[in-house]
Design a protein around this ligand. Structure first.
Ligand code: NDP
Length: 329
């Protein structure tokens, strides 16, 4: 069983008086910087000179070029997108980090696949929120916490776990209702990618297949899209899964619906198991990470083609006209 940490397990005072530099004022950066400032910590921001730079200034932070923020910091939270993090780290962060500084990541990706191998004198931790940035801001604003995964990759001071817990507390994860789960960079990477390659991708394409088949069977595009996802019922089911449990929420549906789900559902389970195994293998042996790194290096030709392809799907075209009628476009 993984250990679960709550508010009383973390000591924020070990970060008091230290300068924390949030590098990258985006989804996570903005939410984490504001939460830590709200907890009385000394936070500065490092960003490239773009819109996010000015947003951070407007939010009242001292904003520096990335290397200048790093030079001033005792703790650096590297919150830039994973695909640009290695370049930012080697060019703007590592050469300017104080000896023995604390380096924090919000995802395990770059360390797991050795795209970043931090300097040996550093404490290196991960505090990976299971929450989007806007969600963090909203919850912390209400005094409510959220789950995070934490891990330690390098413990030079002997206190790296304490620092990870203090950061989790600082970013509001340990407020009432929230907690941090003991994990690792490798485990976080595995579960994160597996969700993306597994249910998230499967959901999109099972809905697309369902749409195509329903329309072929004579159902109007509008009725098909509303039934499949646009009505918002899907969101309510997702909320019930979170609140009541994956199968315990079944009681909220009619008995006809429950029977249909329980007789047809297992057939999908069996059919997708080999695909899920293949996805898992590609994550564990690093072949997905290598494929993605090569795609990035080539300027994203396949990625752009795939995105363009989705624009041509019948479901995307019908959705546009329905969403215009519904005032969503
Ligand atoms: P964002 O896409 O929001 O970008 C973060 C910041 O990095 C932005 O200010 C962005 O600037 C800046 N940036 C982009 N490219 C560069 C570059 N080449 N050099 C320097 N700065 C750059 O990132 P996220 O907040 O989504 O992700 C940050 C980390 O948090 C990642 O490790 C991610 O895996 C993790 N994470 C993200 C979650 C989420 O909800 N999105 C959830 C949990 C973890 P600009 O605004 O100009 O693009």
């Amino acid at each position: 069983m993984a250990r679960i940490y709550f508010e009383g397990d973390a000591d924020l005072s070990i970060l008091k008086g230290k300068v924390l530099a949030v590098i990258g004022y985006g989804n996570q950066g903005r939410a984490q910087a504001k939460a830590m400032r709200g907890m009385g910590l000394k936070v500065i921001v490092g960003n490239i000179k773009d819109e996010s730079w000015f947003r951070a200034k407007k939010d009242g932070f001292k904003v520096y070029e990335i290397r200048d923020a790093v030079k001033r910091a005792d703790c650096v939270l590297l919150l830039v997108p994973d695909e640009v993090a290695p370049e930012v780290y080697y060019e703007e962060v590592e050469p300017f980090l104080k000896d023995g500084a604390l380096l924090d990541f919000a995802s395990g990706y770059n360390l797991t696949y050795h795209f970043i191998e931090p300097r040996a004198d550093l404490d290196v931790v991960m505090v990976a929120p299971r929450m989007i940035g806007a969600g963090i801001e909203e919850l912390v604003g209400k005094g409510v916490g959220y789950p995070s995964l934490i891990g330690v990759a390098q413990d030079r001071s002997g206190s790296a776990l304490k620092y990870a817990l203090a950061i989790a507390k600082g970013i509001g994860s340990l407020l009432p209702g929230g907690f941090a789960v003991e994990s690792s960079f490798e485990e976080e990477t595995l579960v994160d990618l597996f969700s993306e390659h597994g249910w998230a991708g499967a959901l999109l394409f099972i809905l697309k297949e369902s749409y195509d088949l329903l329309v072929e069977a004579g159902v109007s595009p509008e009725v098909a899209i509303l039934e499949l996802y646009a009505s918002g019922e899907l969101i309510e089911v997702a909320k019930a899964i979170c609140g009541k449990g994956l199968f315990r929420q079944l009681k909220l549906h009619s008995r006809t619906s429950q029977y249909g789900q329980l007789t047809w559902g297992p057939r999908y389970g069996e059919a997708v198991r080999p695909i899920l195994r293949e996805a898992l293998k590609g994550i564990k042996d690093g072949s997905f990470a290598t494929e993605w790194a090569l795609e990035l290096k080539a300027g994203l030709p396949k990625f752009k083609r795939l995105l363009e392809f989705t624009e041509g799907f019948e479901i995307s075209k019908s959705e546009d006209s329905l969403y215009r009628t519904m005032g969503r476009r």
